[in-house]
Design a protein around this ligand. Structure first.
Ligand SMILES: C[S@@+](CC[C@H](N)C(=O)[O-])C[C@H]1O[C@@H](n2cnc3c(N)ncnc32)[C@H](O)[C@@H]1O
Length: 233
C-alpha cells in the first residue's frame, strides 16, 4: 500500500468511534475519537459496548475478518480485534461501522502490553488467527503462544476462559502444543491438524482471512487448537 493511502487511513481512523489506539508502549494508555484520552480497563462493557455481554479478543487480527465475522454470527457477544497496524484494522473497523455492528471494537496496540487495557477476568475468550510464527528460535518469546504471552492472557481471561488458535505453520503448531503442555494452567481441549479434511468442528472456523487465503493457495493445511486456561496457582 502506498504511503499516501496509509496516511489517509491513519487520519480517517481518528474519527472511528470503534477504534482505540495506544501510541506509546513504554507508558501504555489509550486514545479514542479525535485522540481523546480514554480509560477502558475494566469498563469496556459499560463505557464502550453499553451492555453486559461477554468479550472475545482476536489477537493479531490484521484486517479483522474474524472480529467482524464472529460479531455477525454471535450478536449476543462483544468482539475486540487487536493489532499493531492501524492501516490493517482500518478495514474491519470501517466494515463494522458500515454494517452498524455495535458489538465490535478495535484496539491498536502491541499485544505485549495487552494486560494494561483489560482488568483481571474481563475477557471471556481469545482467538489467535495466523499470527507471525517467528521461526527463528531467538524470537521464541515473540510467538503469541509463548509462556510470556500466556502469562498476560492468564491475567485478563476469566478463569477457565478459552483460547482458539488457527494457523498454517507446522512448527508453530508444534511449538504451541509444547507450550500448552508445559503450562500447568493450560488444558488442551481439541486439536485438528487439517480442518478442511472433513466436516468443520464449528461453523466459525470457516471465516476466511487474508493470510488463510494465501496459505491455502500455497497448498498448506489449516490447523486449529482449542485450550482452556485456569488462573489458579
Ligand atoms: C500474518 S498477519 C495475520 C493477520 C490476520 N489474522 C489474517 O489471518 O489475515 C499477523 C498480524 O499480527 C500483527 N502482529 C504481529 N505481532 C504483533 C504484536 N506483538 N502486537 C500486535 N500485533 C502484532 C501484525 O501487524 C499482522 O497484522
Amino acid at each position: 500500500m502506498g504511503r499516501k493511502k496509509k496516511l489517509l487511513k491513519f487520519a480517517e481512523i481518528l474519527s472511528f468511534s470503534n477504534v482505540y489506539e495506544c501510541y506509546n508502549v513504554q507508558e501504555p494508555s489509550l486514545v479514542g475519537v479525535d485522540m481523546q484520552p480514554v480509560d477502558l480497563k475494566g469498563q469496556w462493557r459499560e463505557k464502550h459496548f453499553k451492555n453486559d455481554l461477554p468479550i472475545t479478543l482476536e489477537l493479531a487480527c490484521g484486517r479483522g475478518e474474524y472480529t467482524v465475522g464472529l460479531a455477525r454470527l454471535f450478536p449476543d457477544r462483544n468482539f475486540i480485534g487487536v493489532d499493531v497496524k492501524g492501516n490493517r484494522l482500518h478495514t474491519g473497523a470501517k466494515d463494522a461501522l458500515k454494517e452498524g455492528l455495535s458489538n465490535v471494537a478495535f484496539l491498536r496496540t502491541r499485544i505485549e502490553v495487552i494486560d494494561h487495557f483489560f482488568a483481571p477476568g474481563e475477557v471471556d475468550e481469545i482467538w489467535i488467527t495466523f499470527c507471525d510464527p517467528f521461526p527463528r528460535s531467538i524470537k521464541e518469546n515473540r510467538r503469541l503462544t509463548s509462556a510470556f504471552f500466556h502469562e498476560k492472557y492468564r491475567t485478563i481471561l476469566r478463569p477457565g476462559g478459552l483460547i482458539h488458535l488457527k494457523h498454517d505453520d507446522d512448527d508453530f503448531i508444534k511449538f504451541s502444543l509444547s507450550s500448552i503442555a508445559a503450562d500447568p494452567h493450560c488444558t488442551l481441549l481439541l486439536q485438528n491438524l487439517d480442518i478442511y479434511a472433513g466436516q468443520l468442528p464449528m461453523q466459525e472456523l470457516s471465516i476466511p482471512t487474508l493470510y488463510e487465503g494465501k496459505h491455502l493457495a500455497a497448498g498448506k493445511t489449516i490447523k486449529y487448537l482449542r485450550y482452556r486456561m485456569m488462573n489458579d496457582e
